[in-house]
Design a binder for this molecule. Structure first.
Ligand code: B12
Ligand code: SF4
Ligand code: SF4
Length: 309
């Protein structure tokens, strides 16, 4: 077995040992076509007030600028599909936010991953990223052969759907590369487009981020949500799962094995009334490790008021 082959197997073994559900590897190179798509998306203002999407354009399209001497981009998927649902009268919260904050959970795993690489392979330079870094994570997952990008913009795996977080490790180690995922199994389906409550899903897999409920309820920091959206949120208080819940490929979703994603009981059970009565102090205690922190107490109250009107 060649050294490159041996290293590739070590990486894939570490990934499954750490509980990642999928691991694919792509050659580190400039993302030309994606760069064009990103540029158009930004020029049309589809990032709304998410200024950070304008930063580091050069790094975002080229992993070799993020990690000097980068050879490989390793994509890792972690399933977050919960075993339990919210109660029927609870203001809706996106499934990705039922348990502990994935940024912290995955960041710890990535640290351990790099450590194990060094122990088992030797001096390898690399960095792990999840979500907030300038990395086009969905594009890399598709290039690493894990799935296709659906009309709803999400990375979909044919065996398990789209309820996955994506993490990336960029390393200066040569590895064997998986074949890019060329097929697209959306076919003639348009369910996500037809059901998006705010018409944020445009043709050609373009998502207008500035119209997405996830943007309004999590990323928008204004004191008020635009009045034009009134009546459209269908009880979503934090994030939105409509375009994933409706996707036929998610009938293959299996419950997560990640203990840190076990739902916080209050997320499942809090009624509108409980949310209304919640104090800032209790919010900070109950949700101290939760992704809800991103919206802060005032943000959650703003969202609640908006869906109640
Ligand atoms: C900004 C952002 C948002 C914004 C904007 C959404 C958007 N579609 O861009 C908002 C706040 C709205 C958002 C919402 C959500 N997000 Co978000 N978000 C991001 C973030 C930080 C950047 C995405 C980005 O670069 N957007 C810019 C646009 C231009 O890129 P894009 O939509 O990813 O499309 C690229 C490729 O898909 C490609 N592409 C698509 N089709 C085609 C076709 C061809 C031919 C080619 C060449 C390329 C191509 O082109 C684009 C450029 O590379 C990523 C993390 C990251 N660092 O990547 C998470 C991320 C995409 N989000 C994620 C999640 C889970 C969500 C939500 C489901 C959360 C929720 N339930 O509320 C929703 C889903 C909304 C949706 N339908 O996309 C996950 C997606 C996991 C998955 N299975 O795909 C990510 C990867 C975070 C993570 N690390 O897990 N998000
Ligand atoms: S997350 Fe909701 S609002 Fe955003 S694109 Fe999907 S269905 Fe539309
Ligand atoms: S709902 Fe249909 S069109 Fe949308 S992503 Fe899923 S399969 Fe593709």
């Amino acid at each position: 077995m060649s050294t490159v082959q041996k290293h590739t197997e070590i990486i894939k073994d570490i990934a499954s040992g750490m509980g990642f559900d999928y691991c694919g590897i792509a050659k580190a190179q400039l993302l030309n076509e994606d760069a064009k798509r990103l540029e158009t998306w930004l020029s049309k203002g589809m990032h709304g007030t998410m200024q950070y999407m304008e930063n580091h354009f050069d790094l975002r399209i080229d992993p070799c600028k993020l990690v000097p001497g980068a050879r490989s981009v390793i994509t890792l998927l972690l399933n977050y599909y919960p075993a339990q649902n919210q109660s029927a009268d609870a203001p809706k919260i996106s499934k990705y936010a039922f348990g502990a904050d994935y940024h912290e959970v995955i960041r710890n795993k990535l640290k351990g991953f790099m450590q194990e690489i060094k122990e088992k392979i030797g001096e390898v330079n690399g960095r792990g990223f999840v979500d907030s870094a300038p990395v086009l994570e969905r594009a890399w997952a598709q290039k690493a052969g894990i799935g296709w990008i659906g009309k709803n913009g999400n990375l979909i795996n044919k065996d398990s759907g789209s309820f996955f977080f994506i993490a990336t490790l960029i390393v200066d180690l040569e590895l064997n590369y998986d074949n890019e995922y060329i097929k697209d199994y959306c076919g003639t389906c348009t369910k996500c487009i037809d059901n998006c409550p705010t018409e944020a899903i445009l043709p050609d897999k373009v998502i207008d981020g500035s119209k997405c409920i996830s943007y309004f309820t999590i990323e928008l920091k204004d004191a008020l949500i635009p009045g034009a959206m009134k009546g459209k949120f269908d009880n979503w208080m934090f994030g939105c799962d409509v375009c994933q819940n409706i996707c036929p490929w998610n009938r293959f979703a299996k419950s997560t094995n990640e203990i840190n994603f076990t739902p916080i009981p209050e997320i499942l059970n809090f009624s509108k009334n409980d949310w209304e009565e919640l104090t800032e102090e209790s919010f900070k205690t109950i949700f101290k490790n939760s992704p809800l922190k991103r919206s802060k107490f005032e943000g959650m109250k703003r969202n609640l008021n908006f869906i109640e009107q």
